[in-house]
Design a protein around this ligand. Structure first.
Ligand code: HEM
Ligand SMILES: *[C@@H]1O[C@H](CO)[C@@H](O)[C@H](O)[C@H]1NC(C)=O
Ligand SMILES: *[C@@H]1O[C@H](CO)[C@@H](O)[C@H](O)[C@H]1NC(C)=O
Length: 484
């Protein structure tokens, strides 16, 4: 048997185990008299997985919703699921009854980030972590970061001058550096290169087959993870020796009375980098695409940003107050978050039999709030496919616009994400021209690029990640010129 056949067997094996886990959890729901939600479950075992992956998943979701309404059942990747796409149902699952729906992730994510990362938990441990994370990312904490974020943005822009860049890749460097700043404070630069090297190897391998043999991507990735923990351990012990307090995320984790273990801290730091980097970089890429496609909007944004520069000396820093005086820019960010809906949905699992609107959601079933369907519902947002920032002149109704989720697991980094995007937009529009946004869609195979293979934050194990269409990305090559 050659190596690839061996891998195939192992691969099929791990997929099978995943299926089995779902099948076991699906066995019992005989006791309830309530009907299941409408919908079809497809073939035995494989369910409707092929239908999901043979077309754009968003089309799959939307046609199901048209047919069966906003709560329907299906069966994909070995798991029976209930998909929900109304604001009321999303509120039920994420907010009011969130204790009945626990977060659930593919095993590969847990392996990469570490079991103790915030995403995987419920209850007391989750609440404690969340408090520490929120403390580091609330407006009062991040307002002091404005000058440092600004210099990271300016460094990035300078390094792009006069060259053709791959927007998403470069934005990932920017958002990575800002994430490190928020975690380690100004010390960040000391560890940047080491952390970056390890993190990049780690993420390359985390979606690979979990075969821990020398030479495999997985093996390298696990080694990189160990090295990351060692770097973190070094930083921790230095900080403990120095004894000074820091008001960054690491300081928040270390300052807790019931201190977290080093392992818990490491898992959560890797987790925050993961949550912060690709998401924000992807949104920034979409923003540039929409600005380039809508010159009127770009002009208005530029004017708004120029007005902020007007009262400043050459080279004078932005302030937190300035970033709050960008209403049009922030509507552009909101509208991009809506149209692009980069996280199309999230996963939960029912921890017991739950009744919703007369239907049974059986224990162990996956429950997927479909953010993208809600954001693209014509009943909520008229002409939903159109990019139109002015629709946010009126605040959206509760639970109709949830790019950062809602409830107990909603995004604690949303203020930071908006801040770093605003700062980037400020310098980009006031100092550069970037009309030349080349979408080499046809000539270049990366045309309408998705996340690169290993980057999709929502892929299931075993899914063909190279074909993932969950998280479509604009591939834009950006050419920057100084605008003076
Ligand atoms: C535009 C960029 C971002 C988007 C669209 C985004 C979106 C989201 C969403 C939808 C969730 C909730 C998932 C769920 O309920 O299952 C989430 C959770 C989370 N996000 Fe973000 N996020 C972004 C940036 C960030 C940044 C910059 C950070 C950190 C600095 C961050 C840290 C987190 C963490 C730690 C969680 C888990 C919270 C918990 O489980 O309690 N995110 N994010
Ligand atoms: C601790 O202090 C030493 C010397 O004062 C300094 O070189 C080092 O960067 C500090 N480390 C941290 C993590 O603050
Ligand atoms: C989250 O849910 C609460 C309660 O329904 C609601 O008041 C709030 O507006 C929701 N947030 C978003 C972003 O929709």
């Amino acid at each position: 048997m050659d190596i690839s056949a061996l891998f195939l067997t192992l691969f099929a094996g791990s997929l099978f185990l995943y299926f089995l886990r779902c099948l076991i959890s699906q066995r019992r729901f005989g006791s309830s008299k309530l009907p299941l939600p409408p919908g079809t479950m497809g073939w035995p075992y494989v369910g409707e997985t092929f239908q999901l992956y043979s077309q754009d998943p968003n089309v799959f979701f939307q046609s199901k919703q048209k047919r069966y309404g906003s709560v329907f059942k299906t069966h994909v990747l070995g798991c029976p699921c209930v998909m929900i796409s109304s604001p009321e149902a999303a509120k039920f699952v994420l907010v009011t009854k969130s204790h009945l729906f626990k977060p659930t992730f593919p095993a590969s994510k847990e392996r990469m980030l570490g079991k103790q990362a915030i995403f995987f938990h419920q209850g007391d441990y989750h609440a404690k972590l969340r408090k520490l994370v929120l403390r580091a990312f609330m407006p009062e904490s991040i307002r002091n970061m404005v000058p440092d974020i600004e210099s990271i943005a300016q460094d990035s822009l300078r390094s792009w001058e006069g060259t053709m860049i791959n927007t998403y890749q470069e934005m990932k460097t920017y958002t990575f550096n800002v994430a490190l700043l928020s975690i380690f404070g100004k010390d960040e630069v000391l560890y940047r290169e080491d952390l970056k090297r390890c993190y990049y190897i780690l993420e390359k391998g985390y979606n690979s087959m979990p075969v821990n043999l020398p030479g495999t991507l997985f093996h390298k990735s696990m080694k990189a993870r160990k090295e990351l923990s060692q770097i973190l351990a070094r930083i921790l012990s230095e900080r403990r020796q120095n004894g000074s307090s820091h008001n960054d995320l690491l300081g928040s984790f270390m300052g807790d009375k019931e201190e977290l273990t080093d392992e818990q801290i490491a898992d959560n730091i890797i987790g925050v980098i993961f949550a912060a980097r690709d998401t924000t970089a992807s949104v920034m890429s979409w923003i540039l695409k929409y600005l380039a496609e809508n010159p009127n909007v770009l002009e208005a944004v530029t004017e708004e940003q120029m007005a902020i520069r007007k009262d400043k000396e050459e080279g004078e820093s932005l302030t937190w107050g300035d970033t709050k005086k960008m209403p049009l820019t922030s509507r552009v960010i909101q509208e991009t978050l809506r149209v692009a809906s980069i996280l199309s949905f999230t996963f939960r699992e029912a921890v017991e039999d739950v009744e919703y609107e007369g239907y049974l959601i059986p224990k162990g079933w996956k429950v997927l709030p479909l953010f993208r369907n809600i954001h693209h519902s014509a009943d909520i947002f008229s002409n939903p496919g159109k990019f139109d920032p002015s629709r946010f002149e009126v605040a959206p109704k509760p639970n109709t616009f949830m790019p950062f989720g809602n409830g107990t697991h909603s995004c604690p980094g949303n203020e930071l994400a908006k801040l770093e995007m605003s700062i980037m937009i400020h310098h980009l529009t006031t100092k550069y021209r970037f009309g030349q946004l080349l979408e080499r869609a046809t000539g270049f195979s990366m045309g309408h690029s998705r996340f690169p293979k290993t980057d999709c934050p929502l892929c299931w194990p075993g899914s063909r990640r190279s074909k993932c269409r969950m998280t479509e990305l604009p591939l834009a090559f950006l050419y920057l010129e100084r605008g003076d």
